[in-house]
Design a protein around this ligand. Structure first.
Ligand code: SF4
Ligand code: SF4
Length: 267
């Protein structure tokens, strides 16, 4: 299930949502679970929310146990990848002989497979939205099966459309940063803020509700109630806030009085 760093595993053929392919994956294939070893999976923010809830962990615990932080070279933005086992095959920690332990909450990349999606691969040459390609791994025998799909049908069947919708604010942050000149670097503080907001939802919640955040940013009661009760709403609120912080796009308004008080305290 790897999205290779360079060309060999990728056929850079552009698929759109109407493109057709023939494929099937089930427990009867001789290669069952082979794609869950030696993998490189970038986790999306919504992947982390689902996985940590599935495992009954806080986001901080999940990140510490199951992920490796990385910096995307072109954008200088933090991402996290799934930490592989230290076994001979560098297996995914969730793979078992009879399949995926977290199947109902499996990451976006696993859902897309055997397709790769440009917006998730973070490659310079394939960053266009709606660009799909085959992750062509020789061990995958699913292409010998005869079930016909379109990309759109596959996305719906795998439940990946909802993942993409929720993650769209995060994808947008990364795509925008790509268009900045390479020498525009983020401060460590900004990178940390991006990391917490996108990947460590429990810490972000603490930041929003237990710091001066809500007195500094004018936030209506409806939004406050929503983000208090709904983790996905909090995540999407975080994406909007980062968009405002990084690109000054959006409708966040500073409470000038609170900002003044804060400035005084900092002096
Ligand atoms: S999360 Fe599940 S589907 Fe994805 S690589 Fe791991 S075992 Fe395979
Ligand atoms: S058919 Fe492909 S996707 Fe399915 S288990 Fe085999 S390698 Fe993995």
């Amino acid at each position: 299930m790897e999205i290779p760093e360079n060309g060999p595993g990728i056929e850079p053929v552009k698929f759109t949502t109407n493109s057709k392919f023939t494929f099937n994956c089930h427990k009867g294939v001789a290669c069952f679970t082979k794609c869950c070893r030696g993998i490189n999976i970038i986790l999306t923010p919504y992947d982390i929310v689902r996985l940590k809830n599935c495992l009954g962990l806080s986001s901080g615990e999940f990140l510490a146990i199951y992920t490796v932080p990385r910096i995307l070279e072109k954008t200088d933005l933090p991402v996290v990848t799934l930490k592989l086992m230290d076994d001979e095959l560098t297996s995914c920690p969730f793979v078992r002989d009879d399949g995926c332990l977290v199947y109902k909450d499996r990451p976006t990349t696993c859902r897309y497979y055997p397709l790769g999606v440009a917006s998730l691969s973070h490659k310079e040459n394939i960053e266009e939205e709606g660009f799909y390609f085959f992750v062509n791994e020789p061990h995958c025998l699913g292409f010998e099966e005869d079930t016909e799909w379109t990309v759109a049908k596959w996305r719906k069947d795998q439940g990946v459309d909802i993942h993409d919708e929720i993650n769209s604010g995060w994808t947008d942050l990364i795509v925008r940063k790509r268009s900045f000149p390479a020498n525009v670097k983020l401060t460590e503080k900004t990178k940390k803020m991006f990391f917490t907001t996108c990947y460590d939802i429990d810490q972000f919640r603490t930041f929003v509700f237990e710091s001066s955040f809500l007195s500094l940013y004018q936030t209506d009661d409806e939004t406050i109630n929503e983000i208090k009760q709904d983790e996905v709403a909090l995540l999407e609120f975080g994406f909007r806030w980062l968009k405002w912080i990084l690109y000054k796009i959006g409708d966040f308004k500073i409470n000038q009085e609170a900002a003044g008080r804060r400035q005084k305290q900092e002096k």
